[in-house]
Design a binder for this molecule. Structure first.
Ligand SMILES: *Cc1c(COP(=O)(O)O)cnc(C)c1O
Length: 375
């Protein structure tokens, strides 16, 4: 029986052309022309909608990009960092690598992303906090104008984890270009992939240069190997960057297919006590993953749907389990807007549905039929 998966790589022809070029020139090492071009192409793409110019650096993972952003933002041992609570742990781990203390900020119902009201309350409790890391979940932007405003008011640096939100926009501006630093991931399941990789966006050139220095083992400018800081091996290879260049040409097409998938679910599930993951008027999502929640008045458990889908060879997945519920982060503070506990609620009712762009309409109708049979 055919398997219907959540989100898998979709390759075209250009990727192989760029890889071939790297092989023909025997330039398979880290750094090189594909890296330079991939960086420039991503920078052009995001800068087309951004009032500030961003400088891009390609790295071997989104996590590496987040780690460097956390370092550039100056997070030191014992510093608190406000982090979206409903997210992937990869976003929070780099704070801990640097000895920082994550404080988890609850989501809002309208976007599933960081609640501005909860962030305000966090600054009341910890007014000295200097860094905020915001995720745009499943390709839906947070209310990033409100979040930026609050960060400015409190003199805090904003890092955007746009790993899932490449090409998503808020108020006509691309996600990743609202903070001092932005991060994309090209992991295998993301909207475009390099098999594995990431991109750091810096709003000034000096930071981009510093990130490159740290990502290449912090080698000082000297004839011998001179080191005055601890560095990392975080660069992307020239072969891998070639995949990214080919994929980037198809980003818009991927986004359109993902959008269609979301719309078909919305229509197909309209008669059930189900709500699709929400977004606000100003948001133009990339619909990386279509997600649903079972309505509160209904007692169908999303895990029952997950199991039923799995029996039929269909992959689905619970929505991200909130960080404050993770054993590894137990004991860390979690701040809500004072009335609601949104992340736990979404986690209890939510499910990510197959959103692979190679899924046919018939495949998707089959998925919808199975979900219907659970009610
Ligand atoms: C995928 C992802 C990351 C990590 O990116 P990698 O390239 O896998 O290291 C970080 N944050 C979020 C929200 C992600 O979805």
């Amino acid at each position: 029986m055919k398997k219907i998966l959540l989100s898998t790589p979709t390759m075209h022809e250009e990727e192989m052309c760029y890889i071939k070029e790297a092989f023909e020139k025997n330039w398979v090492a880290p750094l090189g022309f594909n890296c330079d071009n991939f960086e420039n192409e991503i920078a052009d793409f995001v800068n087309s909608t951004s009032p500030t110019e961003y400088h891009a650096l390609c790295l071997n993972s989104g996590t590496a990009a987040l780690h460097l952003a956390v370092k550039l933002a100056g997070v030191k041992k014992g510093d608190r960092v406000f982090c979206s609570d409903v997210t992937f742990a990869a976003m929070v781990n780099p704070v801990v690598y640097e000895g920082g203390i994550p404080v988890f900020i609850d989501s809002e119902r309208d976007t599933w992303n960081m609640s501005p009201a909860a962030l305000e309350r966090a600054f009341e409790k910890y007014p000295d906090t200097k860094v905020v890391i915001l995720v745009h979940l499943y390709g839906v932007s947070a209310q990033v104008d409100k979040i930026s405003e609050i960060c400015k008011k409190h003199n805090a640096i904003l890092i955007e984890d746009a790993a899932e939100a490449l090409s998503a926009e808020y108020d006509g501006q691309k996600c990743g270009t609202f903070g001092k630093y932005g991060v994309f991931s090209f992991n295998g399941n993301k909207i475009i992939t390099t098999s594995g990789g990431g991109m750091l966006l810096c709003s000034n050139k000096k930071d981009r240069d510093k990130a490159l220095f740290l990502a290449t083992q912090a080698r000082e400018n000297a004839p011998w190997y001179q080191h005055e800081e601890i560095g990392y091996n975080y660069r992307m290879s020239n072969v891998v960057a070639g995949i990214g260049r080919g994929q980037l040409k198809h980003l818009d097409e991927h986004k359109q297919l993902k959008t269609q998938i979301y719309r078909r679910y919305k229509e197909g599930l309209a008669d059930l006590p189900i709500t699709m993951n929400p977004y606000t008027e100003k948001c133009n999502p990339n619909f990386w993953l279509s997600c649903m929640t079972v309505n509160e008045e209904c007692n169908v458990n999303p895990l029952t749907i997950l199991e039923k889908l799995a029996e039929n060879n269909i992959e689905s997945r619970p929505v991200w389990k909130p960080m404050h519920m993770q054993p590894v982060f137990s004991g860390l503070d979690f701040i809500t807007d004072g009335n609601d506990n949104v992340g736990e609620n979404i986690f209890a009712r939510g499910l990510c549905l197959p959103s692979d762009i190679k899924m046919t309409e018939e495949d998707q109708n089959y998925v919808i039929e199975i979900i219907k049979s659970c009610f």
